[in-house]
Design a binder for this molecule. Structure first.
Ligand code: URA
Length: 480
């Protein structure tokens, strides 16, 4: 049996050196015990059969893909005790079958990808939800934060905070260890308890300054700040009130930053760094959070939150009013009678619904019970405003090139003001973040028209509006 003692829970480099040596010798996974020791680094101390007498054995490098190394580095930070062993099994498999990582159905690959995903998500949360409190100490001020990571991510994320708070003295205390920055050097300390952290209100000014001045929408991922923020972090967040404005301006700032960073491909060009924080996972997280939304009383009588649907990188986002009776039951947008009109119009306008992101300004069904029936009731401005929180985040994640507001509620949600659809339909207005927004009628308006002739004529106008909006996108792409 080989005992590999790793220096710490996040000792990926130790695992890597040991794994390389062991794999080079053909040692089976079942013959290795991976142990995270308290003691000083003692790589191959073993009860029976040392392979390195306390130091890495130089062996020929084994070739594995960068993809595996990145995956393994992330997964190694998971709190799953078996992670080092699982990674070693996968390593051996890859040495035999270099393509094995591409087999997304393989249970081991899936398991390790899941570990890595959890770790990345935990890091995103740490970036977004660490909240500092100000403490007076000898020689100045120290900002102290309490955070409870689920995985061993503390050291891996230290540089993030050093970069962002270089000029402050700060400490991040966690049950897994602590980090202390004095403006020059980073020190690590022992695990802490919540009682060690100051309990006063967070320092709003610091956080607001941080989010306004340093907020980098391409990196900080609004989804993480907002959606991803599970309820347990909310109490620590003084700046949540600021976030919607930040997001509203995010796209402009991001474009400016992208211009500055000439070598940085845009997310639409597939920048890998963006994929990690901007992808479908972000929408999933957002939808999960919205499922528990209590921002206004509409959640109570409704069956469920009906969240938006569509690709995370859709070019067109279409916003309706609120789920109807059928949507409320099915949990999906535009699947009832208005949805049928919408589908027909989209097809006639040449817009592929599957490639669009379709959502509503209000995510819960508002109705008045009448006997056994539930009669649609219009959301009021407070409800629209409350739900705008989610629409803003959907936009921040999807970053559509074009938004279509169907009806006055959607238009109000997107523009922040009362809109008369008849006056503003059929042309683009520019939202504060620069996104063009086209306004048209809501499909259920067409269902309410008493005469068939009117309904036909209005349907044609509705299709024209949609078509013109979509064509504006094509024209913009052609530089027309
Ligand atoms: N009306 C809407 O605005 N949205 C739906 O999802 C269904 C009907």
């Amino acid at each position: 049996m080989r005992l590999v003692r790793l220096e710490s829970e996040d000792d990926f480099d130790g695992w890597r050196i040991a794994a390389r040596t062991l794999a080079g010798e053909g040692v089976l996974p079942s013959e290795i015990v991976w142990q995270v020791g308290e003691q000083a680094f003692d790589l191959f101390a073993s009860e029976a059969g040392d392979i390195g007498a306390g130091s890495p054995v130089a062996t020929a490098p084994l070739r594995v893909s960068r993809q595996f190394l990145e995956l393994a580095r992330d997964a190694s930070l998971h709190s799953e005790p078996e992670r080092f062993s699982l990674l070693y099994i996968l390593l051996l498999r890859l040495l035999d079958q270099p393509q094995a990582l591409q087999d997304a159905a393989d249970p081991l690959v899936r398991r390790i990808e899941g570990l890595a995903r959890n770790v990345r998500r935990d890091s995103h949360k740490m970036h977004a939800f660490v909240r500092f409190r100000e403490l007076a100490e000898d020689g100045g001020t120290r900002f102290v934060a309490w955070f409870e990571p689920e995985h061993h991510i503390l050291r891996a994320n230290a540089q993030f905070f050093v970069d962002r708070f270089t000029n402050m003295r700060w400490s991040i205390l966690t049950p897994r260890g602590s980090l202390h920055w004095d403006g020059v050097a980073l020190a690590e300390g022992p695990p802490a308890t919540r009682a060690d952290a100051p309990g006063d209100d967070p320092v709003e000014a610091v956080w607001k300054a941080y989010y306004s001045a340093i907020f980098n929408p391409a990196r900080v991922m609004p989804r993480a700040m907002l959606k991803e923020m599970p309820r347990k972090y909310w109490k620590n967040m003084p700046e949540t009130a600021l976030v919607p404005q930040l997001i509203a301006g995010a796209r402009k700032r991001e474009l400016a930053m992208m211009e500055q960073a000439a070598n940085m491909p845009s997310p639409r060009q597939g920048a890998p760094g963006h994929a990690a924080v901007q992808g479908p996972e972000a929408l999933e997280l957002l939808a999960e959070e919205a499922a528990a939304c209590r921002r206004c009383p509409l959640w109570k009588p409704a069956t469920r939150t009906v969240f938006g649907e569509g690709p995370h990188d859709a070019e067109i986002m279409i916003v309706g009013e609120q789920p109807g009776d059928q949507e409320d039951l099915a949990g999906r947008v535009f699947v009832g009678p208005a949805g049928a009109v919408f589908d027909r119009a989209m097809a006639e306008a040449g817009i592929d619904r599957k490639r669009s992101y379709v959502t509503n300004a209000v995510k819960h069904f508002k109705f008045e019970p009448r006997g056994k029936r539930r009669i649609h009731a219009r959301p009021n401005s407070g409800e629209i405003e409350a739900c705008r929180w989610w629409v803003d985040q959907e936009r921040a994640i999807v970053r559509p090139r074009l938004v279509i507001a169907m009806g006055a509620t959607a238009a109000r949600s997107l523009t922040g003001r009362a809109v008369t659809v008849g006056q503003e339909r059929g042309r683009a207005i520019t939202l504060p973040d620069g996104t063009p927004c086209w306004i048209t009628v809501h499909p259920s308006y067409l269902l309410r028209l008493p005469s068939e002739a009117d309904a036909d004529a209005e349907f044609t106008r509705y299709v024209d509006d949609l078509r013109k909006a979509a064509q504006s996108l094509a024209s913009a792409a052609e530089g027309v």
